[in-house]
Design a protein around this ligand. Sequence first.
Ligand code: NOJ
Ligand code: NOJ
Length: 570
Amino acid sequence: MLLQGALATLGLCTSVFAQDVSSYISSEGPIALTGVLNNIGPNGSKAPGADAGVVVASPSTSNPNYFYTWIRDSSLTFQVLIDRLVSGQDTSNQGLIDDFTVAYANIQQVTNPSGSVSSGGLGEPKFYVNETAFDGSWGRPQRDGPALRSTAFITYANYLISKNNQTYVQNTLWPAIKLDLDYVAANWNQTTFDLWEEIQSSSFFTTAVQHKALRLGSALASTLGEDHSTYDTQAGDVLCFLQSYWNPSPGYMTANTGGGRSGKDANTVLASIHTFDPAAACDSVTFQPCSDLALSNLKTYVDSFREIYTVNSGISASAAAAVGRYPEDVYQGGNPWYLALFAVAEQLYDALYVWDQQGSLSISDISLGFFKQFDSGAASGSYASSSAEYTNLTGAIKSFADGFIALNAKYTPSGGGLAEQFSRDDGTPTSAVDLTWSYASALTAFDRRAGSVPGSWGAKGLTTSCGQSKIGESTTTSVTFSVNKTTSLGQAIYLTGSVAALSSWSTSNAVLLSTLDYPVWSTTLNLPSSTAITYKYFVLENGQVTWESDPNNSITTAASGSQTLNDTWH
Ligand code: NOJ
Ligand code: NOJ
């Protein structure tokens, strides 16, 4: 262990290290699967009294008492079992999956403190394990639940349809799926408690999984001949709203619109892995795991824990470190969470998968800081898999990802049980024992590392046409941007800036200007009214970005109407 610790500290890529991770995975994988199954009724050994298909969050009954079923934990857990059924990796749990759909369709109908099935009750976060309502005070509603539940149900429904069982889907699963989708479509722009059940505002994870559920739901509705127009319209608006969480400096997704914290939060990493679409390349509009936005976010998030946990002392600034929910956390000691380390590894395995599939990786000015951790000389550009830089970077990133697994391995007690947290001071496991979600997160990280990825959900090629009807942006002003710039063949001028309609400083989704009045390049956009905005133009040539020199341009948009900007290139 000492030697491995030293190697990890130096961030060295060694086969000893990879072997160590592989041997942990071969022992922990089966333990994690058993850990999941033990916590599911009716036969799970640690779930006495739980109804068939009901997931107990943890067998812990005090400090904390987790002997309840949460819609989020349960849906994410069954998502793993369903994805493994779909991939053919494990077909042995289909009976349990059927039990799950029956139980959680029943739970939808249980009137609870959030309301009845038709008056908001679908947002209730947790129930007793016999499917009755929990009446105590709690952070409610939590609007990620219906999105995650419908996503799991839809994944199973699509599988059944592929096996010619459309009748069962139409008659039995679709009514429950539709309830959740209608709830999401009607309520996504209402405030919610975040996934940590603490802050009531809008929350990145919730918005991201809602968007995915609506896209999946629209496709299933269309297969079944059901109306999907509302899901499509709302999905477009949700995707616009999703862009607004991006905080360009220092480059991360702010987890919650409220709460008064830094906003650096595992929320965003979990969102990226749970909305991973292997067909969507490195698209930043859906914050794909290999997108420049999600990679920049990952670095910002991980770095926020380097100085605050004693267990991270002595670890180099570019090596894997223990991470938790968010740096300000104090719950149960505010420690590292196993599922957070697994999530970081998983995001990176997802990224490595896509780079490998597409045969290249790209570095933008936004993701440069992330890549510089592995090569201080890294530069913006696109690198083919045949290049030395690609080999160098992907090798280092694989080791970095494995480092998070290795840390969890280091802090997994003999026997392999995974609690919720391990002590920030000395790594001792703490808080809820045998947390179902910890085990489920181990399984997905291990599956992705082995190259097993979930199905596509339709993120490929999505674009936004925002500008109207975003939360907090009730009025817009039409702004014409124009800049006089003589260019040569192969060069194009783009615009990017500080609001979503200006692609939130992304260079990969920036706005291409028109040459209609060349040498004046121009475009007209709807921007939020009476808003201070900064922006810049850049030249794109062969994938290379050349920015205007500093400083950024700035304007405050008019209260209404339209305005025209005649900029001089600088
Ligand atoms: C219990 C919740 O499960 C947990 O996420 C939260 O941090 C604490 N309550 C404190 O609000
Ligand atoms: C507390 C976590 O914050 C929350 O996300 C989870 O649903 C519950 N524990 C149950 O595991």
